[in-house]
Design a protein around this ligand. Structure first.
Ligand SMILES: NC(=O)c1ccc[n+]([C@@H]2O[C@H](COP(=O)([O-])OP(=O)(O)OC[C@H]3O[C@@H](n4cnc5c(N)ncnc54)[C@H](OP(=O)(O)O)[C@@H]3O)[C@@H](O)[C@H]2O)c1
Length: 307
């Protein structure tokens, strides 16, 4: 097949490569990179994905698509060749698997001579006794600290996008039962997080080693329920339940086992208030703060006027 001129140059000149670009966060990071710096499409923007057939739309726009499965380290050797900045999007799945994968990706980046790694972590990853989801991020952050390559950690809060999926079944009953105790949580949408991560990837200079991409405020689920009720016009109150009761209710609704595990882990982390940080790092990267939770709740829950 004919090689596009930009592709023939990529081994030397790919400036930024985003991993996990077929995933929801990775795809948005790529979109924000292109929106901020369209000239990257001149062979200087790459992605790695497990299945290139799902990335044909990116390839047709001029994004260099490489195949990399972090579970197959031998085949990763060339994926990061010529890359200067690597945006390593954390993978999903059980914690131990994830941290081993991320270590393999960091090693492949080292072998390829990547000069800067940006890693998408989770708020609370630095806690002494990290919760299950935070443990894999803590291990990856530690691997980065010891790898000898310049790196930036971008700690994400919980995705606000999950609110409708979490709250919709509860709105039918008027009671929202979650294993989040009285913990508070800071929420930002995936799209805005991707915007901040893209800004960091393009920044000529990064002042900090760790950025915490938090919302403007941290609220309890009781507060969030009250706001959803006000905006949707439907009654909703919050009730704290045990992790067991919550997983039982998700299983009864046919939720896939892996999603049950992820939701239980993340929501029980909220009870520790380790996901409640708020700071100005998002604005430092993007130039303005993320949308307020009231604004997001309005987007997700305000009744739609008939078309
Ligand atoms: N902050 C939060 O609320 C929150 C919630 C859930 C998860 N997360 C974390 O944030 C990450 C990104 O979120 P998301 O919404 O984009 O999740 P997602 O859509 O499920 O994407 C997960 C990504 O992990 C990649 N991946 C999985 N196994 C891999 C492997 N062996 N080698 C290479 N890549 C692999 C997937 O690649 P393919 O596209 O090739 O399948 C996919 O791109 C998640 O993976 C998870 O670590 C955060």
């Amino acid at each position: 097949p004919k090689v596009r001129p930009s592709q023939s140059r990529t081994r030397e000149t790919t400036v930024i490569l985003v991993t996990g670009a077929n995933g929801q966060l990775g795809r948005r990071i790529v979109q924000h990179l292109i929106a901020r710096e369209p000239s990257l499409l001149d062979g200087r923007l790459g992605v790695s994905v497990r299945d290139p057939a799902q990335a044909t739309e990116l390839a047709s726009r001029g994004v260099i698509v490489r195949k990399a499965d972090f579970d197959q380290p031998d085949a990763m050797a060339t994926a990061f060749a010529g890359v200067r900045r690597l945006v390593l999007v954390s993978t999903d799945g059980p914690g131990a698997e994830r941290s081993a994968r991320h270590r393999r990706a960091i090693n492949a980046a080292l072998s390829a001579g990547v000069s800067h790694i940006l890693y998408t972590s989770l708020l609370g990853a630095d806690a002494d006794r990290p919760t299950e989801p935070a443990a894999a991020h803590r291990e990856t952050e530690s691997a980065l600290q010891h790898c000898g390559v310049a790196h930036t950690v971008l700690r994400n809060p919980l995705y606000a996008d999950d609110l409708p999926r979490l709250a919709e079944p509860a709105l039918a009953q008027g009671v929202w039962r979650l294993p989040a105790g009285d913990g508070r949580v800071s929420l930002v949408s995936r799209d805005e997080l991707a915007q901040a991560i893209a800004a960091a990837a393009l920044a000529p200079r990064l002042d900090k080693r760790v950025y915490e991409l938090t919302g403007q405020a941290a609220l309890s689920y009781a507060d969030i329920a009250a706001r959803i009720a006000r905006v949707s016009g439907r009654p909703l109150t919050y009730e704290a339940v045990s992790a067991e009761a919550y997983s039982g209710s998700l299983e009864a609704r046919g939720t896939p086992a892996r999603l049950v595990a992820t939701l239980v882990e993340l929501l029980t982390s909220v009870a520790t208030s380790r996901l409640a940080t708020t700071c100005n790092d998002f604005a430092a990267l993007v130039g303005h703060p993320p949308k307020s939770l009231d604004c997001l709740i309005h987007e997700y829950f305000a009744p739609r006027s008939p078309a």
